[in-house]
Design a protein around this ligand. Sequence first.
Ligand code: ASP
Length: 588
Amino acid sequence: MYRTHTCGELRLSNAGETVTLSGWIQASRDLGGMTFIDLRDRYGITQLVFNMEDEPVLCQQARKMGREFVIQVTGVVRERTSKNPNRPTGDIEIVASELKTLNASKVPPFTIEDETDGGEELRMKYRYLDIRRTPVKDKLIFRAKVALETRKFLSGEGFVEVETPNLIKSTPEGARDFVVPSRVNAGQFYALPQSPQTFKQILMVAGMDRYFQIVKCFRDEDLRADRQPEFTQIDCEMAFVTREDVLNVFEALTRHLFSTILSIDLGAFPRMSYDDAMSRYGSDKPDVRFGMEFVEFNDLAKGKGFSVFEDAELVVGILVPGQAETYSNKMLNDLTEWVKRPQIGAKGLVNIKFSVDGSVKSSVGKYYSEEELKQWGQRAGANPNDMLLILSGETDRVRKQLNELRLEMGTRLGLRDAKVYKPLWVLDFPLLEWIEESQRFHAMHHPFTSPKTADIDRMLDGDHETMKNLRADAYDLVINGVEIGGGSIRIHDRALQEKNFKLLGFTPEQAESQFGFLLGAFEFGAPPHGGIAFGFDRLCAMMKGETSIRDFIAFPKNNMGRDMMIDAPSTIDDIQLKELSLTLRKKE
Ligand code: ASP
């Protein structure tokens, strides 16, 4: 028997018992007469004590053992004289009487502590050491809990977990596909699924009624901190539902996860249309933990000779509370430089300060009288010591810029507490998005999303402008400005789906060859259906108040999409290439 208890288990009530523990050496301290070892396993850390006088051989042996040695120890549990209140096992220690090395260890390349000296790449290379660290280990355990609660909840709601294939067909819509060459079908390729979208819809045609899957998805996109080439979704689909049904179930799922795992009651989720989100926050995923909503000033700004505002399509600002006295000219200049950085791209920043003494000062004071500036303040609901920050320009662009500034000011003022959770449903997304580069419409969500019922007729014979304004029965769940999930009511009618493909630039032949199976299925009694998918890694990170998803994934990839531990991707040998009927183009 390797152990009678884990390293996180023993308490004062066990005093006097003889126990055996196994684990890794976290640290050892040599105090002459005594040697202490902190022994760690997944469950905790227990202090071992070796007494030079009573057990000289054992003590000598213990002193030779290095960090991360795997050992087995037997001894008696004893109350500690100096207790460690920070550890659940801190009241006791084990007075060792037997000791065995189960395996030696090299000195680890970084410290296995909560705060480590290891850089990200090194930690990924030695991920097995990194996962021994409590913060990483805890995140994986947390993830497992979220997955389990998700399964419990959805199963309770009648959802059936069905696995869909990983080797599927490449389709050009959406992100880039990862492809896998087929050996037995020379010259042909599978694609890894970007999501099980078409399969879950087919399952609805198949009468499964309620499907879910915690599923890996693959997208060959450029990477960022919150993106991985393979990631996990809670993917769901329901038959005979309206948007309301889908929102209710997934709002309830989210509430269930927060209440069972974090003991947080999220309450009812507010809702906002996409158009409102864009005009009030300049973003389709607004962070509603704080105010500073957009205020538009076109009527007050124009006709006073300030050419920047005269030429602008939109003059819009945010009211920053209680900062007029704090923000010196130097700070405002710095902020102006901040919005002018290429990542934001604003041309400049106008400010109006409402002083405590009632006076109003502005960087555009020579164009506007104090009375006029007070009107700006009234519109924004300004109080003494508030400050308006104003941007102008082309509507879409300036809204995006002001969104960045709003988030920055929210951060600076400490209004974005990671432990405060504010969910929001964003509804009624546009159906289509015109992309200049490709000179065609793209699906804003995906090509299977249904237009809103009222827009179906317009979709069937509308002009370009009409197309731009079509609304989809699509929705996103946003928490704290992070898109947690998105979904839609789907098209379930062949003719409408064909029409949508046509709008997206597919020829009938292309639509048939890529999605013939779905169009075909729609001819055999497809029920009305809809669904949603949550980004599972992101949901876990968000629930834990973290921005990076990496440590919620056991073996993540780095910024170049590489697995640093197994060193993938890698070349394959000529025999494999030949078997796959592939030839590599020689580098010039
Ligand atoms: N398959 C979609 C996605 O991955 C989600 C959905 O529409 O259910 O974004």
